[in-house]
Design a protein around this ligand. Sequence first.
Ligand code: NCD
Ligand code: ZN
Length: 352
Amino acid sequence: MSDQNITELTITRPDDWHLHLRDGVALQAVVGHTARQFARAIIMPNLRPPVTTTEQALAYRQRIEDALRQHDDLPLFTPLMTLYLTDNTSADEIVRAHESGQVYAVKLYPAGATTNSDAGVTDLLGKCGPALQALERCGMPLLVHGEVTDPEIDVFDREAVFIDRVMRPLRQAYPGLKVVFEHITTKDGAEYVRDAEGPIAATITPQHLLYNRNAIFQGGVRPHWYCLPILKREIHRQALLDAATSGNSRFFLGTDSAPHARGLKEHACGCAGCYSALHAMELYATAFERAGRLDRLEGFASFHGAAFYGLPRNTDTLTLRRESYTIPADVPFGDTSLVPLAAGESLDWRAE
Ligand code: NCD
Ligand code: ZN
């Protein structure tokens, strides 16, 4: 059956392996959007101050649980917590995190690479040896924001350069370390992950599957298409779509949904991040359908990530229906508003 004839698609309930939920009123505003579609999500630790200890991660988890309780009728949702790696993260802290049973990964932000990354790592192999060894021993994944921060390197090349300068030496030094190359945006990233030896995987966002860098400049500067790593050329988008729809279990869903108040996006120095949690599965279904590969959506969204993390598959389901859906212009966000990715555009799918 051609994809066009499919009017309804029921898949195992998916998970989001890369999500920013923020805190306080922002958390209250967005958590329900994710919990409506996904059973679990890997929660990014780049709060201010960052979540660097197990104790902080468990307290943050409790605030997420409290925010979930403010919403009626949500399916069961499990936040999978992470720690923010710093130059000073000890091996003991990694072991504590692992033993808590609630922390599932550790996030590497090169210092200054993206939103709230000032406390990030300045010299990974020089300073983080004990933490990396402990991660390798525990089998807990290191989630990598894969961009160099060297100002000499063009912003569109920072991922490709990261592979040679950081990713290869890291994986050579710790061959048993599980690594997720987060939100890959280039052909180089996709090929590296496809071909590399050892335990490696990558997450892919909806914006990098659906748009190339022209979207940021179409008819004027469009800040709601600005995220990091930045959207790339069409050949890169095509390579990511090929990877996501290939059936290769190294590639899985991670929205990188990153809410910023409208005024901080529509600004002289606008924040990086696209808000996609409201309609994440609709966006992914659109991308997979355009590639003629709706049949591969379930593996990407619901199976591959769980397998990499060594977690069971979800047992309930999510249904997507072919139905015209116009993405709202904005949604409430505390006392301001939030503009979802592709606001005002129409999609052919609606998640139940
Ligand atoms: C993220 C955020 O806003 O926290 N922004 C983004 O553009 N993706 C940080 C990140 O994941 O890089
Ligand atoms: Zn992110």
